[in-house]
Design a protein around this ligand. Structure first.
Ligand SMILES: NC(=O)c1ccc[n+]([C@@H]2O[C@H](COP(=O)([O-])OP(=O)(O)OC[C@H]3O[C@@H](n4cnc5c(N)ncnc54)[C@H](O)[C@@H]3O)[C@@H](O)[C@H]2O)c1
Length: 344
């Protein structure tokens, strides 16, 4: 599906929707990008948007509790959807139906049904709709991805995520906090690194006796991926010691060798007997000297390039929905106790 590009010779007009934690990280990116202009900020709690704008010295910036009023008044080219996941569907579809493109925070939606209707809304409106999976732009993940590409056809990919995390208060309200909140980062990384798509999953989500969460904060999942690859994920929000990095620890095994990555530094690789494999190092920071949240500047750059040239960004909705499908199928498997086929 193609989307309409913006040809007007002026910066792209962007509106932020949601003035919470991540909205506050996106605002400086829209201000710093030479090709974008921040023209408004929406939050159902209007004061929050006003305060956030004032903190950045943007006292004259239009703010509103009404998305439609700000869209009609400012006529932006795009919004950045920084609302809570439960509001992603409504906010995104409202913008698309007004002909406004959308760059959204993860996850695309809460359910696959919602996500399908958002993709259909983007196609009907012929507008770009993408989800920014910020970890795809981690320089160490890019180095691991390149190293894995050296291994030939992959057979196994494993990731472990262990964090003794207590702060996230909303995690205490979720039935499956690991699968519903965190897992999408690792599932999407697995797709990015392997180039494979999910076929089916068997998953158990559970609550170890020592945990401080009321919900199932730990999980193990086995995905069958295209090409016969098996991707396994094991993780816990209640790690009793030995935490991993925030992107987990990884191992990929292919015909020509094995690559390992600690989720933060440079990957390592070891060739199978009789073969040679190369391991890549992280490249230099493309935005040196600027304090910033990982992967937002890169995601905005790809989105702007997409709106100008028609080249879809990595997080294009038609692709990103497959990462969400891994989450929703894992949840279905955990609830039903069965292996679940993954259909988009
Ligand atoms: N990529 C990352 O590393 C990362 C990190 C944190 C959060 N996130 C994602 O960003 C999103 C927001 O998370 P957060 O931590 O900023 O949440 P938050 O609760 O701090 O902020 C969300 C804001 O959205 C507003 N809001 C809710 N519904 C709205 C609606 N319909 N219209 C307008 N505003 C609305 C709320 O009033 C609130 O101010 C979530 O989807 C989360 O998963 C991603």
């Amino acid at each position: 599906m193609t989307f309409t590009i913006v040809e007007a010779d002026r910066p792209l007009r962007g509106v932020l929707v949601g003035a919470g934690f991540i909205g506050g990280q996106w605002a400086p990116e829209l201000l710093a990008h030479p090709g974008t202009e921040l023209v408004g900020w929406v939050d159902v709690a209007e004061d929050r948007a006003r305060t956030a704008a004032a903190e950045l010295g943007l006292d004259g910036l239009p703010v509103s509790a009404s998305l439609t009023a700000l869209l009609d008044g400012e006529e932006p080219d795009f919004i950045v959807n920084c609302t809570v996941p439960q509001a992603h569907h409504e906010v995104t579809v409202t913008a698309l139906r007004r002909g406004v493109s959308v760059l959204s925070e993860k996850p695309m939606a809460v359910t696959l049904e919602e996500a399908r209707s958002m993709v259909a809304a983007a196609d009907e409106a012929r507008r770009l709709f993408a989800v920014n999976q910020n970890r795809r732009y981690m320089r160490s993940l890019v180095a691991f991805r390149r190293t894995v590409a050296e291994l030939g056809p992959l057979g196994l990919l494993t990731s472990e995520f262990f964090m003794p995390y207590r702060e996230g208060r909303f995690l205490h309200t979720l039935e499956h906090p690991l699968l519903q909140d965190m897992a999408i980062h690792l599932f999407d990384a697995a797709r990015a690194v392997s180039g494979a798509d999910p076929v089916s999953v068997y998953c158990e989500s559970f609550r170890p006796g020592w945990t401080w969460y009321p919900g199932a904060c730990s999980a193990t999942a086995i995905f069958e991926m295209t090409g016969g690859l098996r991707y396994t994920f094991t993780g816990s929000w209640s790690a009793p010691g030995h935490p991993t990095s925030w992107t987990g620890t990884w191992r990929a095994a292919g015909t020509l060798g094995t690559a390992c990555w600690d989720g933060a530094g440079d990957p390592t690789a070891e060739a199978a007997k009789g073969h040679v494999v190369r391991s890549y190092k992280q490249e230099a920071d493309p935005f040196p000297g600027r304090r910033r949240y990982t992967g937002l500047a890169e995601g905005l750059e790809e989105f702007v390039t997409g709106l100008r040239t028609g080249r879809p960004p990595q997080g294009d909705c038609h692709d990103n929905i497959r990462s969400l499908a891994m989450v929703t199928a894992a949840l279905e498997s955990a609830r039903s106790g069965t292996r679940v086929p993954i259909a988009i």
